[in-house]
Design a protein around this ligand. Sequence first.
Ligand code: KIV
Length: 272
Amino acid sequence: MSVAKKEYKRVTVKSLIEMKQDGEKISMLTSYDYSMAKIVDAAKVDVILVGDSASNVIAGHETTLPITLDQMIYHASSVVRAAKRALIVVDIPFGSYQSDSKEALRSAIRIMKESGAHAVKVEGGTQIKDSVKRILQAGIPVMGHLGLTPQSIYKFGTYTVRAKEEEEAEKLKEDAKMLEKLGCFGIVLEKIPAKLAKEVAESVSVPVIGIGAGNGVDGQVLVVHDLLGMTHEFNPRFLRRYMNLYEDMGNAISQYVDDVKSRDFPNEEEQY
Ligand code: KIV
């Protein structure tokens, strides 16, 4: 069953605001390479996030901190070559926007110029206000990211649910309002109570996309490798796996090994 309300040839930041106004939920998924982005785009996912989760999923790091701006641009360019419909948003990686707003703008400009992506995403609230402002002033659309912000994992200490206490919840609500006022076109809320996420989504005019933030927000985002079950050690409550590719791919590859060893592959038809 398709529940899309309008056909979009190319999803833009304006389309997302329109979807929120129309009550159409927004789908967002990560991609980091050409082949996956082709599939994700053909499935009509509205927003492709070239997330810094590439640091975990693609490079095997424990956190998102090590990935570099050059590496993000490489991933983003591959996705841009594949996706013809989705809006492409790229994470500005840790260490490329926190020092000062000029550095933040330089990083955002490199992403836009060198990859051809459509927007950038940054983590944090008041502490990055000047950077967000400067990037927006240059005409680059910015998406915010509040709640569990993995680039600050060593400050939090754990990946548990954020903003359960009143003080942190109030600060998050203020930060969301501030990002909206600055001109961000959307906000990701990660791993916070569903009730709080719904309250935030209802209090701002821009789309709020949740991951582990319940169903009261304007859209959902997941890491595509988690959704497909390619990762299997990561099992948070919010994750719905639609496939078990870890097992299926493993079985297919074992079969290939057996076929090579047994001389079954290649057969008569599979050679020249
Ligand atoms: O990097 C990423 O994949 C993200 C999502 C989890 C929102 O930021």
